[in-house]
Write a protein that binds this ligand. Sequence first.
Ligand code: C2O
Ligand code: CU
Ligand code: CU
Length: 479
Amino acid sequence: MSTESNNLVSRRGLLRTGAGLLLIAALPPLPGHAAGSSEYRIVAAPARARLAGAGRPETDVWAYDGTIPGSLVRLRQGEPARLVVENRLDQETTVHWHGIRLPNAMDGVPGLTQPPIKPGGSFAYEFTPPDAGTFWYHPHANSLEQLGRGLAGAVIVEEREPVAVDRDLLWLLADWRLTDEGGIASGFGNRMEAAMSGRVGNTVTLNGRVSEAEPVRAGERIRLRLVNGSLARIMALRFEGHRPVIVAIDGQPCDPHEPEGGRILLGPAMRVDILLDMQEEPGRRYGVIDDFYEGLSYRLTQLAYDEQRALREHPLDAPLDLPRNPLPEPDLAAAERHDLTLQGGMMSGMGGMQGGGMMHGMTGMGRDPVWAINGMSMTGDGHAGMEPALTFQRGRSIKLVLRNETAWWHPMHFHGHSLRVLSRNGEPVPHRQWQDTVLMAPKDVVEVAFVADNPGDWMLHCHVMDHQMAGLMTVLRVA
Ligand code: C2O
Ligand code: CU
Ligand code: CU
């Protein structure tokens, strides 16, 4: 199946509509599917995938519905969805719907919000997504290994009114550590890595395979949804010869703007939606470069213009703004203020740190946690009996000051809420952006605010999976 058809029409969309197959396939991008069809059955099981491309060995993976990435889940804003997850792995799992503001019991955190799904068992996730946008799903049990072996998929929640673009594409990017034989390298939970930048791999895939080129047509406007599904790799993408406009971050529309320095920063678990006007000549090719790590830049893929003449001469004359989602605006004047300080890691001398008695579940991690938030370390993926670090009264506006006292980058992820990002190192953050995953550079201080309107115990953790497992996690309670 070509990437494009993979992106535009989910396999399940086709199955569900049955006789409508040809019709749907012939429609323009983002076909609406029949009302009331937001039902999926997703099976987590071992599978095989050709990640590195033809001529390279296949890889044993764990996958949703047998494909890497897993089935694209398409939901509609404000319409109830039901997703039954079946576990055919030989270990417990759960699914977390990353970034979707849903009821706590559907959040997929083992012990905290649901019992894990046993091998052979299943669990029905039911919720109504309030926000349109780009989200993704992944396990929240033995996360480092389950995500690292391939369990991930994207969720698109469609806007009520479609946005005016010629094509709507999604690139789920993932980073793998492959051996020469094509296997997934062992050594998950290496303690040294956990104290540094985490398990960064050696092979980056775009929708499940290493990509040489992605076809585009001159004159078209593409909405490109970027998802970083990596365990630990941070990306900084440059589109050579093009000027991407960022229209949404972590699923939430922002004021359209060009990225600083032309580089789109994507920490693990982050999503960025861009609009790309393909204003170059038919037949030409342009690199998409990731140069986040100094001296380690590589070409992720190329935009390959086909030979067709331009679809139009000038960029599409349509607004760039996406419709905003119904997020409650925090009342900054009345907001309660709290600090969350990230500590630990290599070069920190975490000697004085207290473990706080929350050290269970450190799969293969060795003894002590290496990271902490406000002096406390919660390790693993979530489990019963995690006491909240902070409790907020439901409906209150909350302002959090996140301080990264470590020498490492951390994409800090909040469950259950999207946060308005106010400032970074004293500078106001423009573009009215909301995020669920805030990438923090070493020593960064970031202020965020939100209305604590979603009741329950919510995980807050670094999305570098090794960091989460090794203590960079806590719980926030909205009571
Ligand atoms: Cu995307 Cu707690 O995770
Ligand atoms: Cu999440
Ligand atoms: Cu981290």
